[in-house]
Design a protein around this ligand. Structure first.
Ligand SMILES: [Zn+2]
Length: 427
């Protein structure tokens, strides 16, 4: 994209004038981004994947545990017992510098290609550079991203470094190593940065402490797990700031950001005072969290049961209002008996016994439906629905909605007793 705003134009101009990566910077990357490997084959011979030379190894166990030094090039090697012959790795490398008051983060992709019997081959090129002003405003330049299955192979090497309008997670790089000759703008030091990234992507850390005072405060107070969590999660720090201030005032270092946040959410649910140090600064966070969560669970369960009882009660009185006039109505042909369901509880039992939806679909609340249970020797066989407005059988269902051999007989029985139902309507 062509730079549009004045800051984008300025950064594009300055970026074009950055020096190429130096030989010393490259050498450092090749040596420190990867762990050099000594490949030991079954006969105990070790090949150095740095220089390609080999020698006969000694104590297998100590070499595997402690590594070995290559007698040819002096490289400290991690020993791997493997038949692999090719070792390919990629890593990100960072150079931290400053230009015209901007903090500049330059990220390079480093590729190592090491084959048994050959000296290692390395390749490096810049992929992303991020420019951060002292107030946190920033501009990102990068190479084009290709379509790739592997995150690392994302960058098209021969595309130009261009200003990017939108952020993308692939710009948020946590480099495997950073060139030790670093330069930082004074505002970062002023806002609490001492050179340690605490495993936070540098861009995230810098923009946060430059533009959002709560993050600066967390860093200065050594609240690293919390800072880490807040920057990685979608939580809004302002929602927790009152509780965090209590921790800061009491010198309480939160040991785990995610657990503490969930704990605070739980305290809120339980109606506890999240400005009270006794709650928000527990000596054992994990225990306090687990206790609070258990309480929340118990309360949820109580509330659920209460809710169920309330709706059932409400439905019960509603059902009584609608259908009390039909209670006690029953008839039989000598073999099959049919009777009106007289409570919501009976709907529930009918639905459970017959595995159909007479309860779930709330037939007890339908004004026009009269639901009756047909039984044989006291055993439920079908459930019958009569439309009161039309005085006909809408449906009669056996277990799992299947018809029984008594199906037609039940319908005939109900139809022949329709006058009894009609009488109740006009009673
Ligand atoms: Zn070597």
């Amino acid at each position: 994209m062509k730079p549009k705003t004045s800051i984008q134009k300025e950064v594009a101009r300055l970026n074009a004038r950055l020096p190429q990566i130096s030989e010393a910077q490259k050498r450092y990357a090749f040596r420190h981004c990867f762990e050099p490997i000594g490949r030991r084959s079954a006969d105990g011979r070790i090949v150095c994947t740095e220089c390609g030379q080999s020698w006969q190894g000694g104590g297998a166990l100590s070499e595997t545990l402690c590594g070995a030094r290559c007698p040819h090039c002096g490289t400290e090697l991690k020993i791997e017992n493997t038949r692999r012959r090719v070792f390919r790795e990629t890593a990100y490398y960072g150079i931290m510098t400053t230009r015209k008051g901007y903090q500049v983060l330059r990220f390079f992709l480093v590729k190592a290609n090491r084959r048994v019997g050959q000296p290692a081959a390395y390749h490096i090129y810049e992929v992303v550079s991020r420019w951060i002003a002292p107030d946190g405003r920033n501009v990102t330049l990068s190479r084009s991203r290709g379509i790739a299955f592997l995150y690392y192979d994302l960058w098209i090497e021969d595309s130009p470094m261009e200003v990017r309008r939108r952020n993308h997670r692939s710009y948020d790089i946590l480099p495997a190593c950073i060139y030790p000759r670093v330069r930082y703008i004074a505002e970062l030091k002023r806002n609490g940065f001492t050179g340690d990234f605490h495993r936070i992507p540098p861009f995230d850390l810098f923009t946060a402490i430059l533009s959002m005072p709560p993050y600066e405060t967390l860093l200065k107070a050594g609240q690293i797990p919390m800072l880490h969590y807040m920057l990685q999660s979608s939580a809004s720090i302002s929602e927790y700031w009152d509780a965090l201030k209590i921790c800061l005032r009491h010198g309480y270092i939160i040991p785990d950001g995610a657990v503490w946040r969930d704990y605070i959410d739980t305290l809120r649910y339980l109606g506890k005072d999240t400005r009270n140090a006794a709650y928000v600064c527990p000596e054992n966070l994990a225990d306090a969290h687990d206790r609070a969560v258990a309480k929340r669970k118990a309360r949820c369960e109580r509330e659920r049961l209460e809710e169920q009882r309330r709706t059932a009660l409400a439905a019960e009185s509603r059902y009584r209002e609608l259908k009390a006039g039909f209670f006690g109505l029953s008839f039989t042909d000598g073999i099959i008996s049919v009777r009106v369901l007289e409570s919501v509880q009976e709907f529930f039992e009918e639905g459970e016994a017959m595995h159909h939806c007479v309860f779930g679909n709330e037939y007890y609340l339908k004004p026009d439906s009269l639901v009756l249970s047909a039984t044989l020797d006291g055993k439920r066989i079908e459930t019958v629905e009569v439309a009161l407005s039309k005085l006909n059988v809408v449906q009669s269902r056996g277990a799992c909605n299947a018809d029984t051999e008594y199906h037609d007989r039940i319908i005939a029985l109900v139809n022949s007793n329709m006058p009894l139902i009609r009488k109740r309507i006009y009673a």
